[in-house]
Write a protein that binds this ligand. Structure first.
Ligand code: ACO
Length: 380
């Protein structure tokens, strides 16, 4: 008797692990990190505290938090080999590829599998931020700026990127963005991290795998794609016709839809609230992108919402990224910096009860086939 086998494409609806890192409430539109509501964390917490929370599943006490912050700050310092690699490659390869090179360099000769390896987790998140800031700085002709012990992670990122040329509110916006992107269950990139980590590859290499999975426009690459989309539309008045044409050609609207949400993405709701605070100071290109995005959201209600397709966070992030002066080719890289907090927390958690991830496929080709030597196959 042949057994009936079902292929679950895209692993839709499949539970692959247990996790206490984050909870996505798809019915009420909420996201929790280790039980704490994202909204509350954005309002009261900092990215460093969220890092601690994701790893340890509890909030830190004052003394341990100050030691944790000091560890992050020290780990943000770059070695000459990294600075040289950035000088060599920053103008030749794209930012995400360079992040993969740099983080892979750090993995050389390391072992994976230790669920207590918090130091590597902190080192990865710290280095990812310093790598990104230093790439931007060196691409713009500047030199490496070391991290400062009196600055938060977000402020160090801006200072290392811009050498003091930023405003206080940019620090606040960046900290919020880092928190909002820090984790989101078993997304494609987190799954890629777990697949690599489950082979007992080291944590740095597992994060490199995750960055590569984040790159595509159906996942982290959607923010850059959504920014390009707004610039291509060019005028909010053109949105209805553009939307109709795009949907009639069966093309995807970037910044809309999600595998797990069939309601408005709660992260997008928080982002909209942050944007609302700065609306009166938004001008030029950022203002135009905002107006186009707003029109996309409004007309999306008519064309997409009835099919359960709502804005996701990537519809709104480009506005804040541009407000704090991030070049558009670094949007996905900043997402990677922030999500490295979630990736590493998931890896540590998975290693507590590691099992190689190795699914099956249903073979649909012919077999067995008889090999015919080349000279007997004919010429064409
Ligand atoms: N625009 C237009 N139609 C869409 C969109 C969209 N953004 N999203 C889904 N649909 C339609 C599909 O065309 C499909 O229609 P059909 O049934 O008539 O063929 C149906 O909805 C189901 O779409 P799938 O792509 O199969 O659904 P899935 O669960 O895989 O979708 C995904 C998730 C890939 C994110 C999708 O919504 C998409 O491509 N969105 C655009 C890219 C994007 O914004 N990605 C960021 C996601 S958030 C993040 O990763 C950080």
């Amino acid at each position: 008797m042949t057994e009936h086998k079902t292929v679950l494409k895209g692993l839709e609806g499949v539970y692959v692990t247990e996790s206490g890192v984050s909870l996505i409430d798809t019915e009420n539109g909420a996201l929790y990190y280790a039980g704490y509501d994202l909204r509350e964390l954005v309002e009261h917490s900092s990215f460093e505290e969220v890092m601690f929370l994701l790893i340890h599943k509890r909030l830190p006490l004052r003394q341990e938090f100050s030691e944790f912050r000091e560890l992050i700050r020290r780990s943000m310092e770059l070695e000459p080999i990294h600075i040289e690699a950035i000088h060599r490659y920053a103008r030749i390869v794209d930012v995400l590829t360079l992040l993969v090179i740099l983080i892979s360099l750090k993995g050389t000769g390391r072992q994976g599998g230790d669920p207590r390896d918090v130091n590597s987790a902190v080192d990865i998140v710290a280095k990812m931020g310093s790598f990104l800031s230093t790439i931007v700085r060196i691409k713009e002709g500047g030199d490496y700026v070391p991290p400062r012990s009196d600055f938060s992670y977000a402020e160090n990122l801006l200072n290392m990127m811009n050498g003091g040329n930023y405003e206080d509110e940019h620090v606040e916006i960046l900290d919020d963005l880092l928190i909002i992107h820090a984790d989101h269950g078993i997304s494609a990139s987190t799954f890629a991290a777990l697949v690599a980590a489950s082979t007992l590859s080291d944590m740095y290499s597992s994060v490199a795998a995750a960055i590569l999975a984040l790159k595509g426009p159906l996942h982290g690459g959607a923010s850059e794609a959504s920014y390009e989309q707004a610039l291509n539309i060019g005028d909010p008045a053109k949105v209805p016709a553009w939307l109709e044409a795009t949907l009639s050609q069966k093309k995807k609207v970037m910044g809309f839809g999600h595998r797990v949400y069939k309601i408005y993405d709660p992260r997008a709701v928080v982002l909209k609230e942050i944007i609302a605070k700065y609306l009166d100071r938004m001008d030029g290109k950022v203002r135009l992108v905002y107006e186009i995005t707003k029109a996309l959201e409004d007309y999306g209600q008519k064309y997409l919402a009835p099919r359960g397709i709502f804005p996701n966070l990537d519809l709104w992030t480009p506005i804040l990224y541009r407000m704090i002066g991030l070049p558009s080719d670094t949007f996905t890289a900043l997402f990677a910096v922030s999500r490295s907090a979630g990736w590493t927390a998931h890896i540590l958690e998975y290693w507590r009860d590691n099992r190689l991830i190795r699914p099956l496929h249903l073979y649909v080709g012919e077999y067995p086939r008889k090999y015919i030597p080349m000279e007997l196959r004919g010429d064409s």
